[in-house]
Design a protein. Structure first.
Length: 154
C-alpha cells in the first residue's frame, strides 16, 4: 500500500508528520541529540535493520533535518549531524519525553532524567504561554483556518 503524502497539506501537524512522523525517524533524531552521528552507532543503539535505517536517514537528510558532514575524527567516513531545522525538533522530543514520563511510567519506575547542564537540576515541564505570559492549555487556544491569498494584480 502506497503511503499518502501530507507534504502539501494545509495543516502544519500533517506536514510535520509527513517529514518526521514515524517512530524510527523520531528515535534517530533523539539519538542525534544524544550525540550519535555514525550509521553503525544508530544501528547498534536502535536495533534497527540496515535497510530501514538507510531509508530513514536518507529521508531525514532529504527533509533537511540531518546533513552529512565529514567525520569528526578526520577519517574518510561521513557522519550525520542535526541541521538548524533538525535542532528545532528539540522541544518536540522533550514534549514527547515529558508526556511519556507523565503517562507511561509507574510512579516507582526508574527512568532517565533530562537535566539542565548549568545547574544539574531536572528540567521543568514544558508549558505554552500567551504573548502576555499567561499559561495556555488546549481549551484556551483555537486554530484559525488559512485564508486564501488575494489574487495578484497585473
Amino acid at each position: 500500500m502506497k503511503r499518502k503524502s501530507f507534504r502539501e497539506a494545509e495543516c502544519p501537524v500533517a506536514r510535520t508528520l509527513d517529514a518526521i512522523g514515524d517512530w524510527w525517524s523520531l528515535l534517530i533524531v533523539r539519538d542525534a541529540f544524544d550525540g550519535i552521528r555514525r550509521f553503525g552507532a544508530f544501528q547498534q543503539n536502535l536495533g534497527i535493520a540496515r535497510g530501514m535505517l538507510s531509508t530513514r536517514l536518507r529521508d531525514l537528510v532529504e527533509a533537511g533535518v540531518l546533513e552529512l558532514v565529514p567525520a569528526s575524527d578526520g577519517s574518510a567516513y561521513q557522519e550525520y549531524a542535526l541541521t538548524e531545522k533538525g535542532r528545532g525538533l528539540f522541544l518536540v522530543i522533550v514534549a514527547l519525553r515529558q508526556w511519556g514520563e507523565d503517562h507511561l511510567y509507574r510512579e516507582d519506575e526508574r527512568r532517565s532524567v533530562l537535566v539542565d547542564t548549568a545547574t544539574g537540576t531536572q528540567v521543568s515541564p514544558l508549558e505554552l504561554h500567551a504573548a502576555d505570559g499567561r499559561r495556555l492549555d488546549w481549551a484556551a487556544t483555537r486554530i484559525d483556518a488559512a485564508k486564501a491569498s488575494p489574487p495578484k494584480s497585473s
